[in-house]
Write a protein that binds this ligand. Structure first.
Ligand SMILES: Nc1ncnc2c1ncn2[C@@H]1O[C@H](COP(=O)(O)OP(=O)(O)OP(=O)(O)O)[C@@H](O)[C@H]1O
Ligand SMILES: O=C(O)[C@H](O)[C@@H](O)[C@H](O)[C@H](O)CO
Length: 229
């Protein structure tokens, strides 16, 4: 008899514990919006790689060259390198565009219309110097809930000069390539948000490497790539 009342007491205590202390809910992951900058000198493959990456991951593609003022494009078309001053307004425009993305789609939106594009973005930008990359980093910090990463497409100057020479219909010709390497500050070991990918191989191999590495970083950081699929 004494035993069964002790058991009842225990059951009541357990019931009370369950009522007053429900188990902790699974931790909510805080997902971030991402912008990937595909970077490197003229003809390293930025546009080609960025378009394919955006298509594969269903991110929004943005061509950074579209933000150059006409004077910059005219200058590059003549084979003349841009200066820091020429690039300042362009970088500022790219920085401002970091916050110009559609809001994250609502998970329970039952409307029949197709879902809006995922809020992640892939943007081309030569980003040749560290302080240019720092401008873009500062934009992400100012935006608050934004993560950025860089892919540096790494290839030797003669290879990029050849690729610039054979491609058709582009304002930037091979004569621009040397000046881009003179200006280039390769991403250093202290720039942990940069992924280096070699382009001295078949395009498909470069492409696969870029996609896998971008996914890996996003998964490791907050899983936002998978969570939005
Ligand atoms: N492994 C590779 N990785 C990237 N691009 C490659 C590769 N192999 C060949 N290419 C070619 O290199 C050429 C240059 O690419 P693209 O025009 O995309 O460069 P870009 O960096 O955007 O140039 P720009 O800065 O002058 O606009 C393209 O014709 C592309 O197909
Ligand atoms: O920083 C720069 O000098 C420019 O952005 C260039 O890199 C061009 O835009 C590119 O070469 C043509 O796409």
């Amino acid at each position: 008899m004494g035993d069964s009342s002790a058991l009842l007491d225990l059951q009541e205590q357990a019931a009370e514990t369950i009522v007053t202390h429900p188990p902790d809910p699974p931790p909510q992951r805080h997902l971030h919006r991402w912008i990937w900058f595909i970077t490197g000198p003229t003809a390293c493959g930025k546009t080609t790689v960025a378009k394919a990456l955006a298509a594969e991951l269903d991110f929004t593609f943005v061509e950074g060259d579209d933000f150059h003022p006409k004077a910059n494009v005219d200058k590059m078309s003549r084979g003349e390198p841009l200066t820091d001053d020429d690039r300042a307004g362009w970088l500022q425009a790219l920085r401002e565009h970091e916050t110009a993305q559609p809001p994250r789609p609502k998970p329970n939106d039952s409307s029949a219309s197709p879902p809006p594009p995922l809020p992640h973005m892939v943007m081309t930008c030569s980003a040749l110097k560290q302080h240019y990359r720092d401008v873009l980093r500062a934009g992400a910090v100012a935006a608050g809930d934004l993560r950025i990463g860089f892919v540096f497409l790494d290839g030797p100057e003669p290879l990029l000069a050849t690729r610039a020479a054979v491609r058709k219909g582009h304002f930037a010709g091979p004569e621009l390539v040397h000046s881009q390497f003179l200006a280039l500050e390769r991403p250093g070991d202290d720039e942990g948000d940069v992924i280096l990918v070699g382009v001295d191989r078949a395009l498909e191999d470069t492409q696969r490497d870029v996609t896998n590495k971008v996914k890996e970083v996003m998964m490791r950081d907050d899983g936002s790539y998978l969570a939005l699929q």
